[in-house]
Design a protein around this ligand. Structure first.
Ligand code: PRP
Length: 431
């Protein structure tokens, strides 16, 4: 039994809270975590947390946004209750796929525009124009904001209004500008958002250039700030989609690896695993997959997944290309996340077409949203192995191909070590 430690569970993963408490030999903290009739969260910590080392377990699954707010409120409640230290234990970290620079992946601003400045106009000091009227002016591009406002003014109500950059709506003033008929209202009079560029149909005759980036919220940064502001002193998570996301926090973040559990599964459950090929279903996961291939001295292949979305959320519009020889071999797809399961099911189809005899998919976070379980059931994948970083009971009931690895012991041990001030680097070497 570990003393002076409190484990408080959110509503996202009760089974994980129970397992961790069992490993540590302590009861879960008594609390009320419910909703008022208006939908707001209600949190009361019933046990004393004064001077205690508190670990709050909440995963980024289910009602992700509700669970995130609940986590912030629980952290805050513990701080107000004079907890000595509060650690958020978040097996699947919400919004960790969205820490990017606030543009989408469609190319550099104006980079593919036929009408953009010729290369000779670019200098090292050039600043890309912000894609909105009234925004900061381009320092080095002649066709920046000024060019845009000119176009907008030409297209506004027969040019009746003069466009003055200062009088145009600011981004912060705007919410939505697309009418129900899909036609954009007068940009010089009404609100305007950069999402207007996403639809790219017609803004009063103005058609934004292809490659012109859209403004995407820095949700990952915001979430990191929210947790820190709420009072979190430390974060423990697993397999962040972008490990660099740790740098968004100014508190310690321990990013545990699911790799060792997956590796162990390969060694103990896949016959003649040395003859199999580890496959990364996209370039983004290559480092993760090669780490396993290198550790187990296995061959490696890569699927290059190129997403050329028509819309930002269009996942289906992607082409895939295999690099490596997998004919007549068992293939083991390794990835951090299966959400819609499009990536792994399409990869499995490609692998089978190229001659794979059997396809495993080993995934850390099995989110399986929407109809993804049905997609996996109907796919060429023979077995899917996920951890229980998010609840898997329902998925397992619906998917006979699914096998679940329990990561509660890893988190329990991490909590014990952090509490006692011991190194947790040993957890990065477990096999
Ligand atoms: O089940 P799905 O809905 O297909 O999503 C899963 C994929 O999405 C993530 O990568 P992402 O496409 O964000 O690209 P990246 O690895 O290049 O960041 C993740 O690493 C998976 O490969």
């Amino acid at each position: 039994m570990v003393r002076n430690i409190v484990v408080l569970g959110g509503n996202s993963h009760p089974q994980m809270t129970e397992n961790v408490c069992n490993f540590l030999g302590i009861p879960a903290c008594d609390r009320i975590l419910s909703k008022f009739s208006g939908g707001e969260s209600r949190c009361e910590i019933k046990d004393s947390v004064r001077g205690k080392d508190v670990y709050i377990i909440q995963s980024g699954s289910g009602h992700v946004n509700d669970n995130l707010i609940d986590l912030c409120i629980m952290i805050s409640a513990c701080k107000i209750g004079s907890a000595k230290r509060v650690t958020a234990v978040v097996p699947l970290f919400p919004y960790s796929r969205q820490p990017d620079w606030p543009y989408n992946k469609a190319g550099a601003p104006l980079s593919r525009s036929s009408e953009s400045s010729s290369k000779k106009d670019y200098t090292f000091e050039s600043v890309p124009p912000t894609p909105r009227p009234g925004g900061p002016r381009s320092a080095g591009l002649s066709n920046g904001v000024n060019g845009l406002t000119e176009k907008l003014s030409k297209n506004s109500e027969n040019g009746h209004r003069e466009v003055n950059g200062d009088s145009l709506p600011k981004r912060s003033d705007t919410l939505s500008s697309v009418g129900s008929n899909g036609v954009y209202p007068d940009l010089t009079k009404r609100s305007f958002t950069t999402h207007d560029y996403e639809n790219q149909t017609n803004i009063n005759g103005f058609r934004p250039k292809p490659g012109y980036k859209q403004w995407v919220a820095q949700a990952g940064t915001l979430v990191a700030d929210l947790l820190t502001c709420a009072g979190a002193d430390h974060i423990i998570t697993m397999d962040l989609h972008d490990p660099q996301y740790q740098g968004f926090f100014d508190i310690p973040v321990d990013n545990l690896y699911g790799k060792f559990l997956l590796q162990n599964y390969i060694q103990t459950h896949i016959p003649d695993y040395k003859e199999a090929v580890i496959v990364s279903p996209d370039a983004g996961g290559a480092k993760r997959a090669t780490a396993i291939a290198d550790s187990l001295n296995m061959d490696f292949a890569l699927i290059h997944k190129e997403r050329r979305p028509i819309k930002f959320t269009d996942h289906r519009n992607a082409s895939m290309m295999l690099v490596g020889d997998i004919a007549n071999r068992v293939c083991i797809l390794v990835d951090d996340l299966a959400d819609t399961a499009n990536t792994i099911t399409r990869a499995a189809k490609l692998l089978k077409r190229e001659g794979a005899t059997r396809v495993y998919a080993l995934i850390t976070h099995g989110v399986f949203s929407g109809d993804s379980i049905a997609r996996v059931n109907a796919s060429a994948i023979d077995k899917v192995v996920v951890t229980n970083s998010v609840p898997q009971e329902e998925h397992r009931r619906l998917c006979p191909k699914l096998e679940v690895l329990d990561i509660s012991p890893v988190f329990a041990e991490a909590i014990r070590r952090v509490h006692h001030g011991e190194s947790i680097s040993v957890l990065f070497q477990l096999a």
